[in-house]
Design a protein. Sequence first.
Length: 455
Amino acid sequence: MNIRTRLALQFTLLVALLLTCGLSAIYYLQRKSTHDLFEQRLTERAQLTAALYLEADEQSWAVTEKVRQRLLHELPGEIMGIYDQRGNPRFLQEPSTRFPASLLAQLLHKPRVVSTVGGRQTVGIFYNDNQGNFRILVSALNVTGQDQLAYLRLVMAAVLVVSLGLSFGLGWLFAKSAFEPVRLIVQHARRIGVSDLHLRVPVGKSHDELTELAETFNLMIQRLQAAFQQQQSFISNASHELRTPLTAMIGELDITLNRPRPLAMYQEALSSTLAEAQKLKDIVNRLLQLAQLDANELDLPVGSLLRLDEVLYAACEEISVTHPGQQVSVQIGQLPDNTEELTIPGDENLFRLALTNLIGNACKFSDGRPVLCTLSYEGSRLLLCVIDQGIGIAPEDLAHIRQAFFRAENARAFSGFGVGLSLAVKIIELHGGALEIESELRKGTTMRVVLPLRG
């Protein structure tokens, strides 16, 4: 059962409940009114009976005749009875259907009693006359009232059935109209495949929940498109980076094994192959680290702490070994009064790897120009900057520079795999920080690591 039909049924059930309650209330009030009116009519006939038989000696003939004429029109199944103090019938022949003795007994203590058994209503009154105390009872069938109630029930049943049918039909139409935007969203979503991620579902102008749903769906498609593009770029670049050392190794070995060679040439070939294998190992190791960070498989050791200034100096010392002759200076700016705030939760080796990647990139792309590392704090943030005077990054490349294996056009002349920056970003984010990049082509780049100040 689809949602439209289910909503139509729920709407119909709600209408049925409301109609049933409303019609039941109307029927109850009508039934009570019919009962009360007939009861009042029986009371009047009991009073007329008293006036005809007990007050005839005290009123004129014309009044008595008028009362008698009013009593000529009997009610359906009407029976009357006049009883004295001892319970003996007077003036009228005792009816074949005797009145219950309990009603006669109640009239000794109450001025008026009423009773309803089945469709028969009975009213009894206590009448004090100069001839004595009498009990007058009148009983009849309210045939007209029962017929009216039966007709009312028939009309109500018809109204209920017709209303439920209309409610279901209108509810289904309204549900269909309300879910038409959903149908369009589903229809367009089915057309979107891996090769059609540029397509979007239509967004309405009503600014309601369905519009929000369409916008959210489009945002999800946009993210998927970006993820697929990043994946394709990653696969393309990774294949290229992995293929380069493998091609060099295979080519070197093919040439070496082509014919017998002196021992020195074999050693030279093996050394070259070993260097290419080492490059391949570095690429695989970095890919493994990057994959672990992407899958959230790397966690910071519980309770481990690192001090930023010490890690910065250690990273610079490591760079002096890998980049001999490169000038890297450290400048410590304004720091918190409490130097313990320079200590943050984290893995010292992992964070040093991130800083080494950032400083190493700055050295590589600076072409021998000095690199400056600064450490300071601003408000509730610790700022660690790596500033170079290198080739810079083009504005159109800044949006992609964090992707693994992405290399800007002006960086292809330099050695590298395009993994270091992406790895550094993941490590910094793992430590609760963020990496901000500012760059100007052919003037240099500033990598700013922003970390929350330890409270």
